[in-house]
Ligand binder design. Structure first.
Ligand code: FAD
Length: 260
C-alpha cells in the first residue's frame, strides 16, 4: 500500500512566539521548529500500516528549506522517502493555496491512502486535509482515532459527544488524525543513520506543473496578529479559618467580580 503523509513544520509549542514587525507574521529566526504534533500521529500510523500491509510511506511537505529537518526526522522514524515543495512564491500562500500545491504534487506520487493532521498547531486552519481530498476528488474522513484496512476499504472511528461514529470509505482516501490514534515512536539511532541515505526530493512549483504566479495567489490574507489580552493579577484569599476564607471569597465574588 502506498501511503503519503502530509507534514507541516511548525514552531515547537514550548517556543516563545513573537509577532514580527510587519504585524502579520511571527519571528522564526531563533525558534525551534518541529513536526506538527498531529502530523506525528500521521507518520506513526503510516509506518504501522506499512508494517502490517507492506508498501511505502512518502512524506510530502510545502515549506522552507528548514522543513527538510522535520522530513528527515520522519524518515528516521521509518518513512521511506520525502518530497519538499519549496518556492519563493509560496510565501503569502493561504490554506487553499497550500492544498492546491499538495494536490498538484500528489498527481506525481502514487498513493492508496493519504494521512494528514486534523490541524496545524500554528495557524489552526483545519482546512488543508479536506481541501486536498476535495481537489483530488477522493473521500475524506476527519479526526480519526482508530482505523482498519478491510478489502480495499478503510474503516475509521471518530469520537463524537457521548460515543463513537464508524465510517467506511473506498481507497484511495484521505483521513486526518486525532489525539489517541497512536503513540508516535522516537527515531532510533540506526533509524537516524538510515534516514541520511533515504531519498528527499526538493521541487519548485514549476517542477510540479504549477504557474508560480497563480498557484501562490491567496484568497484570504492575514490582516493582523494579536497577543491575547494580559491576564489580571490573581487574588489570594486570606483568612484564619475555612469559614473566614469562604466569607472573604463571597465578598470578592460579590463586590469585585460582581457575579453573585
Ligand atoms: C513557506 C510558508 C510561507 C507562508 N507564508 C504565509 C503568509 O505569508 N501569509 C499567510 O497568511 N500564511 C502563510 N503561510 C501559512 C499558510 O497559509 C498555512 O500553512 C496554510 O494556510 C495551512 O494552514 P494551516 O497551517 O492552518 O493548516 P491546517 O489546515 O490546520 O493543517 C491540517 C493538516 O494539513 C497538512 N498541512 C498543512 N500545511 C501543510 C504544508 N505546508 N505542507 C504539508 N502539509 C500541510 C498537515 O497534515 C496538517 O496537519 C505560509 C506557510 C508556509 C509553509
Amino acid at each position: 500500500m502506498n501511503i503519503v503523509v502530509l507534514l507541516k513544520q511548525v514552531p515547537s509549542t514550548e517556543s516563545f512566539v513573537e509577532i514580527a514587525d510587519d504585524g502579520v507574521s511571527i519571528k522564526t529566526d531563533d525558534i525551534k521548529m518541529v513536526i506538527n504534533p498531529y502530523d506525528e500521529f500521521a507518520v506513526e500510523e503510516g509506518i504501522r500500516l506499512k508494517e502490517a500491509h507492506g508498501g511505502s510511506v512518502t512524506i510530502l511537505s510545502v515549506g522552507r528549506e528548514k522543513t527538510t529537518e522535520s522530513i528527515r526526522t520522519a524518515l528516521a522514524m521509518g518513512a521511506d522517502s520525502g518530497v519538499l515543495i519549496q518556492d519563493p512564491a509560496i510565501e503569502g500562500c493561504d490554506s487553499l493555496g497550500i492544498a492546491r500545491i499538495l494536490a498538484a504534487a500528489l498527481k506525481e506520487i502514487p498513493f492508496d491512502l493519504i494521512i494528514a493532521g486534523q490541524r496545524a498547531v500554528d495557524d489552526d486552519g483545519f482546512q488543508v486535509g479536506v481541501a486536498v481530498a476535495e481537489y483530488l476528488k477522493i473521500p475524506h474522513v476527519s479526526m480519526v482515532i482508530k482505523e482498519e484496512i478491510i478489502d480495499g476499504k478503510i474503516r475509521c472511528h471518530r469520537t463524537v459527544e457521548g460515543g463513537t461514529v464508524i465510517l467506511e470509505a473506498p481507497l484511495p482516501a484521505l483521513f486526518t488524525t486525532q489525539r489517541g490514534l497512536n503513540e508516535p515512536r522516537y527515531a532510533s539511532l540506526p533509524g537516524i543513520m538510515k534516514a541520511k541515505k533515504k531519498p528527499l526530493d526538493i521541487k519548485t512549483l514549476a517542477d510540479i506543473g504549477l504557474d508560480a504566479e497563480k498557484a501562490g495567489k491567496p484568497m484570504t490574507r492575514i490582516i493582523a496578529m494579536k497577543y491575547p489580552p494580559e491576564r489580571e493579577e490573581g487574588i489570594i484569599i486570606e483568612g484564619d479559618s475555612a469559614q473566614a476564607k469562604a466569607a472573604a471569597l463571597v465578598k470578592v465574588l460579590h463586590e469585585k467580580a460582581k457575579i453573585i
